[in-house]
Design a protein around this ligand. Sequence first.
Ligand SMILES: [Zn+2]
Length: 321
Amino acid sequence: MSTEESRLGLVQLTERTYGYLQKDEGLGWSNAGLIAGKREALLVDTLFDVPLTQKMLDAIASRVGKPIRRVVNTHHNGDHCWGNQLVADAEIIAHRMFREEMMKMTPEVSQAVMSAPPDTPAVALLQKALSPFDFSGIELTPPTLCFDKHLTLYIDDREVELIHVGPAHTSTDVIVFFPDERVLYAGDIIFRLCTPIGWEGTFHHWTLALDRIVELGPEMIVPGHGPLCGPEGATEMREYLQYVYKEARVCFEREMSEKDAARRIDLGPYAEWTEPERIVFNVARAYREFRGEPHDKPVDFFEMANAMAEMRGAHKAREMQ
Ligand SMILES: [Zn+2]
């Protein structure tokens, strides 16, 4: 077993903290975490579907055995909260905008994509990405406790800090820090060795969120996607975002289309990260900012997915030459 594989599933990080790590195989393969005290545990995020979340809860029950009384959802994307119904007896905590945002992208949309004819590159791409998941029987289970900026919880009289850092990856981004053991759960503020994708937010806020993570001084970070890291995970994400933003600006000033810009930007070392074609989303986001548009302007997901599918096709063709 490689080191990487041995760090999948439920992994104990420190005395009271755990990560639940899934191999990054693209869209929806997220990580979660747990802080376990003497009497109870706090879960950070559920997973994309009910069976995957059940598998995680089974591992927690057999290895840790503390009842989960509180759950924090780091943001409203389905891969971080569509298993919430299995912990519905717990207090579910999230940012104030979560309840409204959660209703905008439902499991029914994913099911509709799965049953649509694969007659566009976007649908074919999404069907392939979503096929490992089971979107049946998901009952959206919203938070029962919401906050705006900051909330302090206690586990064994030790602080757990919940900090809203959005709109960065989404409007509802929350990071969870356990200072006693210097472990931080970053949600999708950090994609580790995989290309980030952003929804409602700005490069500026995302950069500030990453700076905040570094300032808190964590030793270990559970990213939203990809393997465990230290603060360098935040630094590398910051560098990626700054690089794409800067390159996109040059393309924007040359009046290049978003699609051409995404294709033309040389990703250098970041081309090795999984799903490099997500740059389509990141360039579109940068252009939105350059045009002075609001950070939550709705994204035409299918158009972007088409562009991503085209780029992926072009990469494959190049590899085969
Ligand atoms: Zn995610």
